[in-house]
Design a protein around this ligand. Structure first.
Ligand SMILES: Nc1nc2c(ncn2[C@@H]2O[C@H](COP(=O)(O)OP(=O)(O)OP(=O)(O)O)[C@@H](O)[C@H]2O)c(=O)[nH]1
Ligand SMILES: [Mg+2]
Length: 245
């Protein structure tokens, strides 16, 4: 897995939004550190820089708690892709995407790509108990570190079906005034994942990175980079909770 580059400006920005506790930070830890580790509820936001081939992608993690709601539109500014994340065992977390988070994306790029991600699939689907099964990993890939679910673990009730996610995607396009026929098909951008086992996590991020490449090339040809300059290392204050402020 290509290492993150610490010096160059990001070429493109991806933002992950969703209610608290759906697993946004855990998905990013799984993808960037190949680990499923304890998390603290995110305060404000944090970002990860990911080198994708010759490109640098900034992935912004955001706080789901209501008290940080206002920051969401700032994080979405100039985003080329937004990951709308819910918990498959929690219907309300899907409803919150439309009620609370969709409007934050008004500051994203007009050609922003939207992914609808149902996390915690390991709790409801034995298929998600193993590691990432759908991504074709090159042999240079680091072995997927997973926490497979012990066999016989009772499944929880799945409150949100794939059809519900596809229907939400159609409403997101309508909200954006887009015609479904002109946009990526739902099956390309609707995922069920498990940050715990690694199921579908690589394929989620790497599908999105490939999908945002055209907007990187477009920006490079226009000679602009609309995202934050990371040249000057910024002082990261940590709160007592250990989160980035
Ligand atoms: N079983 C299971 N638990 C998960 C998964 N992803 C996250 N969790 C757990 O869900 C809880 C919340 O995870 P976080 O990653 O902190 O959630 P978040 O969306 O970042 O929450 P905020 O930062 O408060 O917005 C933690 O206890 C995680 O261990 C998953 O895929 N499967
Ligand atoms: Mg978080």
């Amino acid at each position: 897995m290509p290492q993150a580059s610490r010096t160059k400006k990001p070429d493109v920005k991806v933002v992950i939004l969703g209610d608290m506790n759906v697993g946004k930070t855990s998905l990013l830890h799984r993808y960037t550190e190949r680990k499923f580790k304890d998390t603290i509820s995110t305060v404000g936001g944090a970002f990860f820089l990911k080198q994708w081939g010759p490109y640098n992608i900034s992935i912004w993690d955001t706080a789901g708690r209501e008290q940080f709601h206002g920051l969401g539109s700032m994080y979405c500014r100039g985003a080329a892709a937004v990951i709308l994340t819910y918990d498959v065992t929690n219907w309300q977390s899907l409803a919150e995407l439309e009620n609370r988070f969709l409007s934050l994306t008004d500051t994203a790029n007009t050609d922003c790509i939207f992914a609808i991600v149902g996390n915690k699939a390991d709790l409801t689907d034995t298929l998600a108990h193993g590691p990432d099964t759908e991504s074709e990993r090159g042999d240079e890939a680091q072995p997927e570190v997973t926490c497979p679910t012990p066999p016989g673990t009772p499944l929880q009730h799945k409150q949100v079906s794939r059809e519900d996610a596809v229907a939400l995607y159609a409403r997101v396009l309508r909200y954006k005034g887009l015609e479904e026929k002109d946009c990526l098909p739902a099956e390309t951008v609707c995922f069920e994942t498990s940050a715990k086992t690694g199921y579908n996590v690589d394929v989620l991020f790497e599908t999105l990175f490939d999908l945002v490449l055209p907007s990187i090339l477009k920006k490079r040809s226009e000679g602009e980079s609309s995202t934050v300059d990371l040249e000057t290392p910024m002082e990261v204050k940590r709160t007592k909770a250990g989160c980035c402020a």
